[in-house]
Ligand binder design. Structure first.
Ligand code: SAT
Ligand code: MN
Length: 613
């Protein structure tokens, strides 16, 4: 399709404006076909950016190596440019939208010289469903086009759904590396220096402007930018929820199923949990989504969730046949790998893949030859794969996708999980005693910082409310209020008992020797089973000052966990919690000022009183 054939006048006008600003050599409107995907990969091969993998091991799959400055989301270059600073709130970077547009227009001027401008119409959620949102991403990166093909629904079918005047979120993206006459990428990942990278959101106009990065959430604008930051604003305005949550289907030995949604910060094992293989006999987990959930109330008063994505952008290191067999099966073919190692026999490799690398040498994520590791570990600082190396794979390749994963009605959620990497204090599982208490739990979520974002805080515990700290498109205090309101609305309509039950989980407790106390992975099914029964009001809990914990004996310990360790994991560390609460009172809640809902201030007082009582 050509620009002139576009039926949507505003879309056409918006593209024309971008063309005159960015001056690409040509424009292509993406149709979403397999041949288009193949053409993108061919272009990337010709530019020396893609390495085809051994097709006997991984058919139709490619490896990319990014620039070392462009390996993860850049949180300090991510902006929420609402008209009022207060609407972005204390946890977002804010710049006046007019000023930011001026700066970025300067950068965008001529930025696509020597390149093709691809116009990517994409749908978050199944095309044409009432719940889906359409975006159009303009990009000069064929790598982004190929990834968008996997992660979203792309092409002509989206333009048809858009019609001549439908709403779309306009998304600009450029890698920020124009080419001089005759210049080619020649194997060098194009991007701009860090101080020129901008990942900007204009919530009032639903616009996204991204410049300078070609990596993951910085560049695949349907994901964190649209499906979380902009969608969270839409959800606030329209009374629904856009959350950083996996969605899984849990079936008990009697064949009864419930759906669970869980919020965990990036790189805390959402993909592993969503595809878990239970060690508990007779239980089954199937996947609906691994990263994002959009939820609305159904006519029956229950909250229904859809996964707006079509693929997985998963963390590679640590993924292996025992940690996540289903992810390993999902990435056997048609997969894009970024910043993994390359073995002598043309396959990918990463730390904790479960085996050493074959042959004598391996090529690391920076393109350097290294001795092939004999085990699946590398000394610190000498990793073969980057800690945030990723795979991009179609969801439909996952052997345990729930058949209803694309159902436009969504799936009814019975439980919400919140969690993070917490080496101390936080028990294995803890159920809130009310909706407001659950919102309180979500609001104080903390985690050790991972490599999913470029920051100097890796390893430290930081508060990451609802795992949304980097993804909330408005004032986090108002976001808490929105969650309180969702509960109040259900209560007012007599549907309070249909709200999902709320749990806080922690798979990452460590003992005094710095060893994990809980094996995690498939063994987490023991905790899921307890949660399942809790949703049916089973008598499997004890009330404590911090919430409902498992009654002794209600969770059978895994073979390598002693009864004593399990007891410790399921008890209240009163002194640790007093410190936790004092930290919330002193360092966390005050930043929200009078935006902090009184319900949460009340929960803080109440838990403090219970701990002291
Ligand atoms: O934002 S990304 O999609 O790059 C990855 C993440 O943070 O989960
Ligand atoms: Mn994520």
């Amino acid at each position: 399709m050509t620009l002139n054939e576009l039926k949507h006048a505003n879309l056409k006008k918006w593209i024309e404006e971008a063309v005159s600003l960015m001056t690409p050599d040509s424009v292509e409107i993406c149709d979403g076909s397999q041949s288009e995907y193949d053409r993108m990969l061919k272009t990337l091969l010709d530019a020396g950016l893609a390495t085809p993998l051994n097709s006997e091991k991984r058919s139709n799959s490619y490896l990319f190596r990014s620039d070392p400055s462009d390996v993860a989301r850049v949180e300090n270059r991510t902006y929420i440019a609402s008209k009022n600073k207060d609407d972005a709130g204390p946890t977002n970077n804010w710049v006046d939208p007019a000023e930011l547009k001026k700066t970025m227009s300067g950068l965008y001027k001529g930025c696509m010289k020597g390149r093709v401008m691809y116009v990517v119409p994409f749908s978050m959620g199944p095309v044409g469903s009432v719940i889906a949102k359409i975006g159009v991403e303009i990009t000069d990166s064929p790598y982004v086009v190929a990834n968008m093909h996997v992660m979203t629904r792309v092409g002509t079918k989206v333009l048809s759904a858009l019609g001549s005047d439908g709403f779309f979120a306009p998304c600009y993206h450029s890698v920020g590396k124009p080419l001089a006459d005759g210049e080619k990428d020649n194997g060098k990942w194009p991007c701009a220096p860090i101080e020129q990278k901008y990942i900007s959101h204009f919530p009032e106009t639903r616009e996204i402007w991204s410049y300078g990065s070609g990596y993951g959430g910085n560049a695949l604008l349907g994901k964190k930018c649209l499906a979380l930051r902009i969608a969270s604003v839409l959800a606030r305005d329209e009374g629904w929820l856009a959350e950083h949550m996996l969605i899984l289907k849990l079936t008990n030995p009697k064949g009864v199923s419930k759906y669970v949604a869980g919020a965990f910060p990036s790189a805390c094992g959402k993909t592993n949990l969503a595809m878990l293989i239970p060690t508990l006999p007779g239980w089954k987990v199937q996947t609906v989504g691994d990263d994002i959930a959009w939820m609305k109330f159904g006519p029956d008063g229950r909250l229904y969730a859809i996964n707006p994505e079509a693929g997985f952008f998963g963390v590679a290191p640590g993924t292996n046949e025992s940690s996540n067999q289903n992810a390993m099966a999902s990435i056997k073919s048609n997969t894009i790998f970024t910043n993994c190692g390359l073995t002598e026999d043309g396959d990918i490799w990463w730390e904790q893949i479960g085996h050493g690398a074959p042959g004598a040498e391996i090529i690391d994520w920076k393109g350097q030859k290294k001795p092939a590791p004999k085990t699946d570990k590398s000394p610190k600082g000498e990793e073969i794969a980057h800690a945030n190396a990723r795979f991009t794979a179609p969801a439909k390749q996952c052997p345990v996708m729930a058949p209803e994963w694309e159902d436009t009605k969504g799936v009814p959620i019975s439980a919400f999980l919140f969690g993070g990497r917490r080496p101390s204090t936080i028990p294995l599982v803890n159920q809130s005693n009310s909706w407001a208490h659950g919102v309180f739990m979500g609001s104080i979520t903390g985690s050790e910082v991972t490599a999913a974002a470029i920051t100097d805080q890796v390893g430290q515990v930081r508060r990451d409310p609802f795992a949304m700290l980097p993804f909330c498109g408005y004032n986090m205090g108002d976001y808490f209020k929105h969650w309180i309101k969702i509960g109040a609305k259900a209560e007012a309509e007599g549907n309070g008992d249909k709200l999902p039950k709320i749990f806080f989980v922690n798979w990452f407790r460590k003992d005094k020797n710095d060893k994990f106390m809980w094996p995690g992975y498939g063994e987490n099914s023991r905790v899921l089973a307890w949660i399942f029964d809790r949703c049916d009001n089973a008598d499997n809990f004890v009330e404590t000052p911090i919430g409902n914990l498992p009654k002794p004996g209600s969770i059978e310990p895994p073979a390598d966990v002693s009864a004593e360790t399990l007891k410790e994991l399921c008890s209240v560390d009163i002194e640790g919690w007093k410190k936790e609460i004092a930290d919330v009172r002193k360092n966390h809640y005050p930043q929200f000022g009078d935006k902090l809902p009184k319900e949460l201030a009340g929960e803080l007082d109440a838990i403090e009183k219970r701990l002291n009582g």
